[in-house]
Design a protein around this ligand. Structure first.
Ligand code: HEM
Ligand code: HEM
Length: 248
């Protein structure tokens, strides 16, 4: 008979209810996610106008509308990214910058086991309450990509902004990205890189939520995670390998 292994579900007494994601983290997450959808749909149309309307352009203003929506969504996106970056310095410890950049030894030591878990070489993921070190490192790259989108976007906007627009100041970004044409190309490619991340991100959020049974997916709505007490005791101070702790 085939025996299917399943770790025993942690009893309620072993779990702690932790308020991990404060409201600015959650609000910024969903504003960023929503604006990326809008920016991608309008941006794809701007780069390749597949819909054409007969008659004078002023009668339907299709491209103009796409650009207007793109620019409003760009404001939401940029302000949400900036707010989240500020929150890395004034928010709780799960939101802090050092959960992204692995500056501390504990985070660097956690990278290997987390990768081994993702590669099916470890049965259970190492216990971290907030972002695990590998996810945090990937989010750092994602924030760099956000920055590239904002800088190339502002540069492109500045190139065709009204002569008296204060946003003209952002033309200085263009030479940094190899000129206007290359900035368009980079802006386009980074959109696809972000979508590659998003596909993996949603998959692994659901996977981790199922395996860890700690309401990871729900936490990005409610802010709360239900974590084994041993993780809570050690998280942020000492690395806990739950495989070892549970004798697996
Ligand atoms: C455009 C789509 C999305 C993008 C760009 C995105 C990006 C991110 C980023 C950058 C973080 C780190 C958050 C921070 O600390 O500020 C994060 C966290 C998280 N996201 Fe998303 N996300 C997207 C959609 C989703 C969706 C649809 C779900 C739900 C299935 C989701 C679930 C989560 C969860 C559960 C976390 C916390 C994970 C953890 O504990 O480490 N995300 N997301
Ligand atoms: C994740 C965020 C974003 C995505 C996915 C995105 C996507 C796109 C795409 C696909 C294009 C067409 C590029 C081409 O093929 O030439 C585009 C154009 C553009 N985007 Fe974005 N964008 C984002 C953020 C921004 C931001 C933050 C700004 C401004 C601050 C911005 C401003 C622009 C401008 C000015 C253009 C050029 C419009 C033109 O041709 O006149 N974008 N965007």
């Amino acid at each position: 008979m085939k025996v299917r292994y399943r770790p025993a579900p942690a009893s309620e007494a072993c779990l702690a209810n932790v308020y991990v994601w404060e409201s600015p983290v959650r609000i910024c997450h969903w504003l960023i996610a929503g604006s990326i959808w809008v920016l991608s749909i309008t941006g794809l149309y701007m780069g390749n106008p597949m819909l054409t309307a007969p008659g004078a352009a002023s009668e339907h203003f299709l491209m103009g509308t796409a650009k207007l929506i793109h620019f409003y969504a760009a404001i939401v996106f940029t302000l949400s990214v900036l707010t989240r970056v500020v929150w890395m310095f004034i928010g709780n410890r799960y939101a802090a910058w050092d959960k992204f950049v692995p500056a501390r030894a504990i985070r660097r030591k956690g990278l290997g086991p987390t990768l081994r878990y993702y590669l099916f070489a470890l049965r259970l993921p190492p216990g971290f309450v907030g972002h695990n070190p590998l996810a945090g490192l990937f989010y750092t790259l994602v924030f760099v990509l956000y920055g590239v989108q904002i800088a190339t976007g502002l540069g492109m906007y500045a190139a065709s902004a009204h002569v008296e627009s204060p946003l003209r100041v952002f033309t200085f970004f263009l030479p940094l990205f190899g000129g206007l044409q290359t900035a368009h190309w980079i802006h386009h490619v980074v959109m696809w890189l972000l979508w590659m991340f998003i596909v993996h991100h949603v998959y692994s959020a659901v996977l981790m939520s199922q395996v860890e049974e700690n309401a990871t997916v729900e936490s990005i709505f409610s802010g709360h995670k239900f974590v084994p007490r041993e993780d809570l005791i050690y998280s942020g101070y000492r690395f806990v390998d739950r495989d070892t702790l549970r004798g697996g």
